[in-house]
Design a protein around this ligand. Structure first.
Ligand code: GLU
Length: 276
């Protein structure tokens, strides 16, 4: 049985790209799960969680079972971090909050500049750690040496390998897990066998495969689908005034009819698919 999932972050209202992702996920899985990725307390709001339910209902997309809400699972992520620390694969990082704030959210699009490794290999002085640790990072070179260079398999059977893995942030002082760690823990805990998401998140696959190997988690397949962009190639983004599903609904668009069109790979005028 294929279990897929849709894992939006409630940092704004859903747009056409989210609708497309949910529809691909729904039709790819016999079982389709909904997960709310709300670990970034600074950006996520309860009203947007309600918005996700509303928008999916409007489209006529039903999910199976209980909704998993990441903010309720912080102890579980701490346990996973502990396991990596015990293996000597996570090091404390003292770089400032501004440097690392971005790690809570999924890194859509271009992967940012790689972490220069400032804190890798610093003596792990307990006094200093207690005073100033801002985050925990994966020692990616050590992790690859211990596990393997990660490979992943897309839904069509194509296999990929990448050793270009950054020392990603695993957790922050004020947040028990960053995106990659919470994502792999939850995909495994919910029995997800097919990770469905936009091709802009493809660079996350090798990082997540590496974490799965280190934590002894099962290997899912991946379906990184084309993403919805404006006709001029600009990606849909909140700051870009992408039309939200709520706005389409208010304008009288029929939700299930829109969902059916998206399911056939047809986009409304003014939009096109791009590969990321
Ligand atoms: N929470 C991410 C987002 O809002 C999705 C992450 C994933 O599907 O792995 O796009």
């Amino acid at each position: 049985m294929i279990t897929s999932r849709f894992a939006p972050s409630p940092s704004g209202r859903l747009h056409l790209g989210h609708a497309y992702s949910a529809i691909v996920g729904r039709s790819a899985g016999q079982q389709f799960l909904l997960r709310i990725e709300d670990l970034d307390a600074g950006r996520c709001r309860a009203e947007f969680i309600d918005g996700i339910f509303e928008d999916l209902q409007w489209l006529g997309i039903a999910w199976d079972g209980a909704v998993l809400v990441q903010s309720a699972r912080t102890e579980i992520y701490s346990g996973a971090l502990e396991k990596l620390r015990d293996q000597g694969l996570a090091y404390p990082c003292f770089c400032t909050r501004a440097d690392i704030a971005a790690a809570m959210s999924a890194p859509h699009g271009e992967v940012g500049a790689a972490y220069p490794g400032t804190c890798r290999g610093l003596a792990d002085d307990p006094a200093r750690r207690a005073a100033a640790v801002h985050s925990w990072r994966l020692d990616s070179a050590k992790a690859i040496a211990l596990a393997a260079v990660p490979t992943w398999t897309e839904a069509d059977g194509a296999q990929f390998t990448s050793a270009r893995i950054d020392d990603v942030i695993l957790a922050r002082k004020d947040a028990p897990a960053a995106y990659h760690l919470a994502c792999v823990v939850d995909d495994a805990a919910s029995g997800v066998t097919l990770v469905v998401r936009g091709a802009d998140l493809r660079p996350s696959a090798p990082v997540q495969r590496l974490l799965q190997m280190l934590l002894g988690l099962p290997e899912p397949r991946y379906l990184h689908h084309p993403i919805v962009a404006h006709d001029d190639g600009r990606r849909l983004a909140k700051r870009d005034l992408a039309p939200t599903l709520a706005a389409l609904r208010d304008a009288g668009v029929d939700g299930p009819a829109l969902a059916a069109r998206l399911g056939r790979g047809e986009l409304p005028l003014g939009f096109r698919f791009i590969l990321a």
